[in-house]
Write a protein that binds this ligand. Structure first.
Ligand code: NI
Length: 183
């Protein structure tokens, strides 16, 4: 297992639509190794999720996890989730704004409007069909990662750029007050 380099905004791989993974190669060492490396990379950089194009692989794989994550400490936990060829099959009409950051837009944060509830289908890492009903932060994280597979990043979804903030200012002015946080 290894920690991979994360492509930064401007790298064409982030603006290329990712290819679906053929179901019969999901068990291959190449795909399984990539998934393990994506999980390691996400954890190393405290991401709440990672899409394969972010590690220079233009294939439809996303991983998500958020447990005691310092980058998302105001948000609820997300269990380790791996989805291959994810598709959002339903969106709630209800939308809500929330803060997003991205390991490929290092240090930038912004408010993005997303569906509150979604249903995602795809395959798990064993190649078995998967359906996820997600809500709130989990639904937001899934929408963010699936966007990467369609060559989109979160700033493309911002309808108003006035919230766009660098990390330090985001923490200082916009993150909910946390009494455990040191100044
Ligand atoms: Ni991202």
């Amino acid at each position: 297992m290894s920690i991979l380099k994360v492509a930064q905004l401007g790298n064409p791989v982030l603006r290329t639509k990712a290819e679906p993974v053929l179901r019969d190669i999901i068990h291959s060492e190449e795909i399984q190794g990539l998934i393990d490396d994506m999980i390691d990379t996400m954890r190393e950089y405290n991401g709440a999720g990672l899409a394969a194009p972010q590690v220079h692989e233009s294939v439809q794989i996303i991983v998500l996890e958020a447990e005691n994550n310092p980058r998302y400490k105001d948000d609820p936990d997300v269990p380790l989730t791996i989805v291959i060829n994810p598709k959002i099959v339903s969106f709630s009409e209800e939308m809500e704004e929330g803060w997003e950051g991205c390991l490929s837009l290092n240090d930038l944060w912004g408010l993005v409007n997303r569906a509150v509830k979604i249903t995602v289908t795809g395959f798990d890492r064993n190649g078995d069909p998967l359906t996820i009903e997600a809500e709130g932060f989990f639904a937001r994280a899934l929408q963010h990662e699936i966007d990467h597979l369609h060559a989109k990043v979160f700033i493309d979804r911002m309808t108003d750029l006035t919230s766009l903030s660098f990390g330090k200012e985001y923490q200082r002015y916009h993150r909910e007050y946390d009494e455990d946080e040191e100044e």
